[in-house]
Design a protein around this ligand. Structure first.
Ligand code: SF4
Ligand code: SF4
Length: 185
């Protein structure tokens, strides 16, 4: 049994990654002309990324040796980068790393003209991928919509951890070994 999780949930997350990757591949093809994402481009591999415990368990399950004996990349960039700027857990990298670079859209609350809260659509893209059709003009279907996958993982996390929504920083995985200290109390 992985800490805070189970093989069953690890498999569920992996199946979700596979499903997501199909859509990401379609969008990557659609936006191939603007995407500058390359193996060693790691500006987006920042040091403050956190994941739900259910995703952390995927990393723990697949990279026990790395977490046990590996040296985290120096602070300031993601702990999982190697000396060449490549991801050491790429095959099982978290969801958030998979959608980086694509035009993103999400629905969130903002202040309406009347001053009351209203729901708006927001969009964003990595500055390196900005060149091309302005993302505001893209069809919804041409963007990755944030929300559904996050909701799916939150539901798994709730189920697995008694309703607690524990998140753990990627860097902390080098310290918090499976079955040791809890990522959150
Ligand atoms: S896990 Fe890999 S892809 Fe994700 S931020 Fe870290 S180095 Fe980058
Ligand atoms: S999202 Fe931006 S920083 Fe990250 S790999 Fe793509 S181009 Fe590079």
């Amino acid at each position: 049994m992985e800490k805070g999780g189970s093989l069953n949930f690890i498999e569920k997350i992996i199946r979700m990654y596979r499903r997501i990757d199909v859509r990401i591949a379609e969008l990557s093809k659609l936006h191939a002309a603007r995407l500058k994402c390359r193996e060693t481009c790691c500006t987006c591999c920042v040091d403050d990324l956190t994941v739900f415990e259910v995703e952390a368990d995927v990393v723990r399950h697949h990279y026990p040796e790395l977490l046990e004996t590996g040296i985290p990349h120096p602070e300031g960039e993601c702990a999982f980068l190697d000396d060449n700027g490549c991801c050491r857990i790429y095959a099982h990298r978290p969801y958030v790393c998979r959608t980086q670079g694509l035009p993103l859209r999400w629905i969130g609350e903002g202040e309406g003209e009347s001053g009351d809260p209203e729901m708006f659509e927001y969009r964003d893209i990595c500055p390196l991928n900005e060149e091309g059709v302005p993302i505001e003009l893209l069809d919804e279907e041409a963007c990755w919509t944030l929300g559904p996958a996050e909701g799916e993982m939150a539901a798994m996390q709730q189920e697995i951890d008694g309703g607690r929504m524990c998140r753990v920083s990627l860097r902390a995985l080098f310290v918090l070994k499976a079955g040791s200290e809890k990522a959150c109390p």
